[in-house]
Design a protein around this ligand. Sequence first.
Ligand code: 62N
Length: 825
Amino acid sequence: MTTKQTKNPKVAVPVITTEKTPIAQALQNHLIFSAFKTSEASTPRDWFVATGHTVRDHMVERWAKTAEAYNAQDPKRVYYLSLEFLIGRMLQNAALNLGIEPEVKQGLSALGHKLEEVVELETDAALGNGGLGRLAACFLDSMASMDIPGTGYGIRYEYGMFRQSISQGQQIENPDNWLRYGNLWEFQRPESHYPIKLYGRVVEFPTPKGTESHWVDAESVMAIAYDMPIPGYNTETVNTLRLWSAKAAREFDLAHFNDGNYEKAVEERNAYENISKVLYPNDASVLGRELRLKQQYFFVSASIQDILRRFLSKHDDWTVLPDKVAIQLNDTHPAIAVAELMYQLVDVHHLKWDQAWKITGKVFAYTNHTLMPEALETWAVDLFANLLPRHLGIIYRINHEFLQLVNHKFPGDTDLLSRVSIIDENNGRRVRMAHLAVIGSHTVNGVAALHSELLRTTLFADFNRIFPGKFINITNGITPRRWLNQCNPGLTKLIDKVIGPDFHRDLSKLRGLEALAEDADFRKTFREIKRSNKERLAKRLEHLTGVRLNPNALFDVQIKRIHEYKRQLLNVLHIITLYNRIRSGQAKDVTPRAVIFGGKAAPGYWLAKLIIRLINDVAAIVNEDSAVGDKLKVVYYPNYEVSAAELLFPGSDLSEQISTAGTEASGTGNMKMALNGALTIGTLDGANVEILEEVGKDNIFIFGLTTEEVAEVKANQYNPWDYYHGNAELKQALDMITGGFFSVDEPDRYQAIGEALLNNGDHYLLLADYASYIATQDEVGKLYQNQEEWSRKAILNVARVGKFSSDRTIGEYADKIWGVKRLDH
Ligand code: 62N
């Protein structure tokens, strides 16, 4: 028992700490006091509630202490602004990070329950699309684990990423009502709320000190904070993810209510509260909808107000702000923050423009995640002017001063001015958010070495001349807690046993495994673990799809969002090629393969949905063909999400990372696969390049054109027909798709795929890379027949990918961008 002083204590109130309560006891108490059930009446979900509360109690004590320590030490803090945090489930991760997983397991088992079953009852928090959102979640874990004072800011979407089901081979989208049964991990903070202005107009007032701008006649919506604890691994630190929810400033319009017009009375309220209703499920092309800009401004304005309130509670000198606050922009989605900080400093706190701009430029840094032109956010000036009139004015002034600077540095280069302007004048006047982010930030980083180099030489080449040194690389990483410890306990225990626990703090220590690749006994144990992970996966797949996989087959896995550039279709062409070889008797001793796909298509991305349908149509034919048997199976894992990934990565043998060189910024699934002992078949794209550097060329299967070669082929009038006519297997596979072999009831179903690949220029060069891919897949199949060699290489992969821990990544952000230090407890 400890004694805690409250502000005005009449008596000192003793606080009973969780240390004193055995976990089994706490579980039973919570079953009664939190789930309100007796043991006899309890359902499995009640045990989830009891377990969640028990683990949560251990977290909140440390959470409060962390907040106190930050408050007392007032260190520089980092704020990670992101429209997406794809955190998945919390229970097991929290228990693991807090170091109480074994006790929770024991406690449950003493009461007749299994932790593995209890954790399955938690709904994923799917507040993100894919890699970008998951990266944000890994970063939160690493910041907490490294005692870095870091806070995430985002939106508490009422509906997260849609849930995918597959019906007659096609994707069906269902709403993700993740809060239906409540959320154990969130704490509403009604005291932390801010008004957010929208619409209205700007009036200019002359004052003795110059003109003042006032944003007037604006509408207002409230942002209410919900906090989620982020426990560090093996440390006392528990950081915070603060998510904003929209609430109408008044419940409803009483005038309408009194008139008896009840619908009208709640309509307006609903319109405001829709701001935090649902995550946009587009992950590669921007729609330009007003509601999306509202979401962006809503969470950015609330976050900046919150950050400044915290700063002002300790300081009154604004020049100190950059010594206390670092703000990271996760892509351009929160880039309006640059204008919002200027608005707060100049209009609300009355700083001079020049001083405010100096401060702003020292606070922000921006991470770019894509080179794809269709994913670069721009807003029509008219839409912007209507919703955020004052911010458009601020952006115009930022732009004006920036263009003056450019003109001074490169006099007379008017083309350059129009290329770098924040306003694109060539497509009906649009605000380019990436330009605002670059100009308003002191540092801009790409997410893998190749990607960062391409940023400097292509997308941001002009800016790199204007701001030399601003553009750096920080290669992505993944948290080893979730992506090794938690999802692969068998492998983790084995590693613990042979090299000791140091790798938990420093993943590069996995290098200690290298020598064991030569040890036949070790290889055997390693294979047995992989085998049991594959059995676990096969069991789930059979339950979900009815397709039964042979765990002896090579599990060939491609799990990621569906996109033309990621080239799931190239994988399909390989499957059809194998199928044709088997049917024609050319594949007598082919390696049995199970090809597994998973991933969602954006609901409006018609061709991506057609690709899903093709995969399922091909699967239906191949899986039913008695001439094929166990040699080839194809399955689609429905509703790929974080919790599914935790099952899929450990159960994979082959990692498909086959995007066209120069298109995938980094990839992070590639890292998760290698860490769990899968070999990669991949192009020299994104972080694959660095995985190759780490594991060595003998332990990875690289194929296809390089980025330079892609550019060259495209410059020399690439003609996919040449490849089609030049390769009989390719021609046969494509003809089967377009000729209706896999869609007899509707022979034209896949015409559009033929069009994209042959008549529309095959933008992602599938045909150019086909032969190289097939030849490399043949080598993969051959190697798999030598299980000793295969496991030797797989072990070397595990041993050599320690670089890709997000702890390393966050260490680099902390040193090179944020200037923040680890906190002492
Ligand atoms: C991924 F603005 N990006 C990269 F609405 N984007 O593709 C991957 F259109 O290579 C990286 O490894 C990963 O980031 C982490 O750096 C990504 O996931 C999105 O999800 C996204 C979401 C919305 C938009 C654009 C992109 C929008």
